[in-house]
Each structure stands twice: as structure tokens, then as C-alpha cells.
Design a protein around this ligand. Structure first.
Ligand SMILES: [Zn+2]
Length: 282
């Protein structure tokens, strides 16, 4: 795990390590881990059956800019799912899924124009200037691809936008968090942690682009190993219905924007395989 010191994990899991030298009581409290036993085997089975790495599941909650609190599970470090969403995974499994069903349940309906809010409100939830620039870069990257979904970005306090990107003042980690689509809609809330306040726009471009990738249905390209985090973790009994996207590598892809971890040297751009995957699905 020492190797992680040179990498910044897009995750609360990684934050646990970072926080060992952090004296901020608020953030320490936020990342306090409940015993793994508190998560039922049924939940873990559903998660692993959905091609996610059940070795990395935590109970978690976070605050929204409107004061509401979201509770659920953090999976693979930065993928948030509510209990209801995890329960919904059952449907996928019980149907003995085909590739098409699986993707349908996890993608945004298309064609579609998605509204994106870069949050400007109070309470510490407003994106910093570098975060705003990074978000703009990330949106430009997606729109440049000519996908069947496109994004219209505004900086405002519209919490009903399809995707709402905000700074999470209660998490000092260097990364962010998002979730997966459901019911044909993208994941709405994308958190960017305060460790990126002063990170340059390319780093913010990477993290925001990565979290929007989750929000429209992309998983970690190294979910099977977490090699980007300096780890080598087997997926356990996962892999049921794993959908490999034609034309992309089955092994480790060191420059994908959808790796579980990233470095501050990132240029924030999609690599050729990321583009292949996005154009295939959208
Ligand atoms: Zn991620």
C-alpha cells in the first residue's frame, strides 16, 4: 500500500491513507469506516454480480449543496450507489443478462442532450476557478466526440440539472465521486474534493471527466486489478456478464481516463481506447 503515496486515489479508500497524517476532524469523521461486516453478503453479491469489485465497498454518506444527505455505498473508491440502486442490480442478474440488456440498464437513453450544472452556490460547495476550467475542458472533450449524447454546461445553482458538479467541502481528498446511470438517466451528483482546489485545470479535467464517465455508465478499466493504484486485487467472484468493448484492450491500459487511480501529471485527455469505448456505447 505504500506505493499509493505517489498516486492519488479517486476514492475514499485512498483517502483513508491520506488522512492518516491529517488532523482535520471533519474529514476524518467522514471517512470513518464501518466494519465490513455491516455490509450484507447479499449486497456484496449484487455488486460483484454487476461487474464491480466487491473487495472495495464501504457504507458512506455525503452532503448535497441543498443540505440533503445521500446515503449508500461507495464502490471501488469513487462510485456511489444508494441502497435502492444496489437492490435494483438484482433485476440485471436475475434476467440472466445479455450484453444488450446489461448496457441498456446502465447507459443514458440516447439520443439526448444533458444539462450540466457547475455549482456556484454558497456553503463551500461552489467550484473553484480551476475546477470550473477543468469541468469546461472535460465537457468539451465529450462534446468533441460527436456522441449520441451531448452536454450543455452552465454555471449556476440548478440542482435539477441532469448532472450537478459541485465541490464537496467536507472531503479534503484529492479526487471525486459519482455514480452510475439508472432508468436511462445519468447519475446526477458529481462531487469534487477540496484536495483539487489548487490542482491545475488538467488534473480537474481528468477527475471531472472520469466522474462524468461513471455518470454515463463507464466502469474502471482496471476494476479487475486496481493496478493504477499500485494494487493487484482480484475481482473475487465478480465477472458475471463482464462486457468487453470491442476494439479496447482486455488487459491493463495505463493511460485510460477511467483507471481507478490517477497521478497529478495527467493531461486530462481521453486516450484512443477511451474514445473507442465512448463511441461504441454512444
Ligand atoms: Zn472512478
Amino acid at each position: 500500500m505504500r506505493k499509493l503515496k505517489s498516486k492519488f486515489v479517486l476514492s475514499l479508500l485512498g483517502l483513508g491513507l491520506i488522512f492518516t497524517s491529517c488532523s482535520n476532524e471533519d474529514t476524518a469523521e467522514l471517512t470513518e469506516q464501518q466494519p465490513q461486516a455491516a455490509i450484507s453478503q447479499d449486497v456484496l453479491d449484487k455488486i460483484s454480480g454487476h461487474v464491480l469489485n466487491a473487495n472495495f465497498v464501504e457504507r458512506t454518506s455525503f452532503e448535497l449543496p441543498n443540505g440533503e444527505t445521500q446515503e449508500g455505498f461507495m464502490i471501488e473508491g469513487d462510485i456511489f450507489m444508494s441502497e435502492t440502486q444496489v437492490e435494483g442490480l438484482d433485476d440485471v442478474r436475475e434476467n440472466d443478462i445479455t450484453t444488450e440488456q446489461y448496457r441498456t440498464n446502465n447507459l443514458v437513453s440516447q439520443p439526448r442532450t444533458l444539462t450540466v450544472t457547475g455549482w456556484t452556490g454558497g456553503g463551500g460547495f461552489a467550484l473553484t476557478q480551476n475546477m470550473r476550467t477543468g469541468l469546461q475542458f472535460a465537457i468539451n472533450n465529450y462534446n468533441r466526440l460527436n456522441l449520441n449524447i451531448n452536454f450543455v454546461l452552465s454555471f449556476n445553482t440548478n440542482i435539477d440539472a441532469d448532472i450537478v458538479v459541485f465541490r464537496q467541502p467536507n472531503n479534503s481528498g484529492a479526487g471525486g465521486s459519482a455514480g452510475f446511470p439508472s432508468g436511462g438517466d445519468p447519475n446526477r451528483f458529481v462531487q469534487i474534493f477540496t484536495g483539487l482546489d489548487n490542482a491545475d485545470p488538467n488534473v480537474n479535467e481528468h477527475v471531472t471527466g472520469h466522474e462524468i464517465g461513471h455518470s454515463i455508465g463507464f466502469r474502471h478499466t482496471d476494476f479487475f486489478s486496481r493496478q493504477s493504484c499500485g494494487q493487484n486485487v482480484n475481482e473475487g467472484d465478480g465477472g458475471v456478464g463482464a462486457v468487453h468493448i470491442p476494439g479496447t484492450p482486455t488487459g491493463f491500459d495505463p493511460t485510460s481516463i477511467m483507471l481507478a487511480c490517477f497521478s497529478f501529471g495527467t493531461d486530462g485527455e481521453f486516450n484512443a481506447n477511451d474514445i473507442t469505448a465512448m463511441e461504441f456505447l454512444y
